[in-house]
Write a protein that binds this ligand. Sequence first.
Ligand code: PEP
Ligand code: MN
Length: 342
Amino acid sequence: MRMHASREEVDAVCARIEDFGYKIHAIEGEERIVIGVVGVGDVTACLESLEAMPGVEKAVRISAPYKFVSREFRSAKTEITVRDVTIGGSEFVVMAGPCSVESERQILESAGIVAKAGAKLLRGGAFKPRTSPYDFQGLEVEGLKLLDRARRETGLGIITEVMSDRDVELVAEYADILQIGARNMQNFALLKTLGKCGRPVLLKRGMSSTVKELLMSAEYVVAHGNPQVMLCERGIRTFETVTRNTCDIAAVAALNELTHLPVILDPSHATGKRSLVPALSRAAVAIGADGLIVEVHPHPEKAMSDGAQSLDPKGFAQMMKDLEPYIALWKEARVAETAAVV
Ligand code: PEP
Ligand code: MN
């Protein structure tokens, strides 16, 4: 719709769309309203009719198979606000914490460490997807309660994984952001449930998934009612064995062209090695990611999962400090980009 189109004009357009037998999936924006419609078959007649209506700026066919998450649908970046932090806006946001919540002491200590170094959200898995059934599976509800404690003590928002559609309601009670793990990127029952969870979602790329498949999975969540989705590159499987996974760093740039959703990089799972995390984090800032999700443990050598890739408190503080000049440049670039889009 044109800037400041009237309520009547919007209603008339919606009514015309319904006359054509199409379903309105989303109405977005305040100043400028964008009406999202999904239809099958030849939509030319509908497009032409809408284009002639008062208040309509243009009617466009979105060619990508992922509609609502595509840049064609929305040119400005989606901003996701969690407590007092906005992801996808003018700040580079760092989420950090241990792979798993292990004990009260461990998570409170971790929270203090990452908050002090400048992280804005605390990560920590309560439900853990482990390759072996004999490995630590997470503290589950008890872990969620400990995360809640850590939030109350530090003010940090919480991001934690949900593995099953059965647990979405429970995890959403405690978490500020629901993390969907790489192994669940195409768990469509779970993705549909997230549409109604009322919380932002961080969707990790499956280890053998393409960028397009990642976008289609994000489309599931948005099409089912939740536009608050951010994407995460965490490395994919290749023949390379020096790193745990192969970070598809170019995917971050590609995603920034293809979608308006924020993009987060996970340098911990992407490399599997603590020593490589700072370098990859710099790359994430330079290439224009919106933030990082990093594993940090008070005593990595004692971690119950992913110790080898977890930074220790000193290492994390040093990395955050070393990122500062890069983040300053990132901010300049972000201001210029935002001005160019609007
Ligand atoms: C994690 O974040 O600890 C995790 C299990 O990540 P991924 O789903 O990317 O393997
Ligand atoms: Mn982990």
